[in-house]
Design a protein around this ligand. Structure first.
Ligand SMILES: Cc1ncc(C[n+]2csc(CCOP(=O)(O)OP(=O)(O)O)c2C)c(N)n1
Ligand SMILES: [Mg+2]
Length: 327
């Protein structure tokens, strides 16, 4: 983790209730993912799922730095991207179950959620799709105001078009922020086996500022994203954030994660973003463990309601066309 900075910027971490809200949002994502996994195992979720458990601090920290005119493109590991942006978790869970009440009318499933109302221009099953979409959105936002953010993984930095997009974004000084969720693996392959050089060094070759940060510390993410977003708003062009993180679950539904190095998962669990946030909340704001446990109980109760409603929700009528999206 050379060059990684952990930032507890006092300007970012000055408000206890905002800090608690970020903890709660991460917890909601974790419980949501546990729920999707369990409903998948019971046969209620069709297709596949890619869960982001362990990586919650990245989308939540980035979303905390965004403004109302900004836009985000996420990935197939996108439930956290959506919830972080404020997508209704009921609509999202209904979507997982293919229900008519889903955020995309039950037609998108787990991998392709879109919710323009909440600034989510799409989640993309094609790796790197988010990079192209966010770069395109940045072209539009350069005229209308706002910043576009792309989330993508470490493996995606070996896709050809990330380089086309970064080059274009730099040359045109686009208001774009590229957020690489480096979780050490692309599917079942350690990133270093398939990646020449270091990701930050490659990106720096475009003259794009790069920050490598602790992606499990939500406030370090918020601070770095804030810096990158401010730079884009000032018209100073794109930035790249490499957030170092780890997924606690397999790549997708059927992956037991046997390729992990011995002790690796346990070591990262010690660095669980929820644990880190709890530590900071107690240390910096004196928030008692009991208060944090109350939030856990509230989120658990909320999830029970979401599950009951999603299971009772109607399936889409095959004769009714899916909703059309216009921005
Ligand atoms: C263009 C394309 N090629 C291959 C795939 C198959 N695929 C799905 S996920 C994945 C690995 C991506 O790894 P990474 O970018 O590190 O993201 P992570 O899944 O770790 O979040 C691959 C190769 C795909 N979806 N799209
Ligand atoms: Mg990866």
């Amino acid at each position: 983790m050379t060059g990684m900075s952990t930032v507890h910027d006092p300007a970012v971490l000055s408000d206890a209730s905002e800090a608690l809200a970020l903890y709660e949002r991460m917890l909601l994502i974790r419980r949501f993912e546990d729920t999707v996994q369990s409903l998948f195992q019971k046969g209620h979720v069709h297709g596949t799922t890619h869960l982001c458990s362990g990586q919650e601090a990245v989308p939540v920290g980035v979303a905390a730095a965004l403004g109302p005119d900004d836009r985000v493109a996420g990935t197939y590991r996108g439930h956290g991207h959506a919830i972080a942006l404020g997508v209704d978790p009921q609509g999202l869970l209904d979507e997982m179950l293919g229900r008519a009440t889903g955020v995309c009318g039950g037609r998108a499933g787990s991998m392709n959620v879109i919710d323009l109302e909440h600034r989510l221009i799409g989640c993309f099953g094609i790796i790197g799709g988010s990079i192209g979409a966010a770069t395109g959105a940045a072209v539009a936002l350069q005229r209308t105001g706002g910043v576009a953010v792309a989330f993508f993984g470490d493996g995606t930095t070996n896709q050809g078009y990330i380089h086309e997009c970064l080059n274009f974004a730099k040359v045109r000084a686009l208001p774009a922020v590229y957020v690489c969720e480096n979780n050490l693996y692309g599917e079942f392959t350690p990133w270093e086996q398939v990646t020449a050089g270091k990701i930050p060094e490659r990106i720096a070759a475009y003259g794009i500022p790069v920050m490598t940060i602790d992606g499990n510390d939500v406030w370090a993410v918020q601070a770095a994203a804030g810096e990158a977003i401010d730079r884009a708003r000032r018209g100073e062009g794109p930035s790249f954030v490499e957030a170092l993180t780890y997924r606690f679950v397999g790549h997708s539904r059927s992956d037991p994660g046997n390729y992990r190095k011995p002790g690796e998962l346990a070591a990262w669990r010690e660095r669980d973003p929820l644990k880190i946030a709890r530590g900071s909340l107690t240390e910096l704001f004196g928030i008692a463990a009991e208060r944090l446990d109350e939030i856990v109980a509230q989120v658990d109760g909320h999830i029970e309601v979401l599950i009951a409603r999603a299971l009772a929700a109607p399936l889409p009528d095959p004769d009714t066309p899916a909703r059309e999206y216009r921005d």
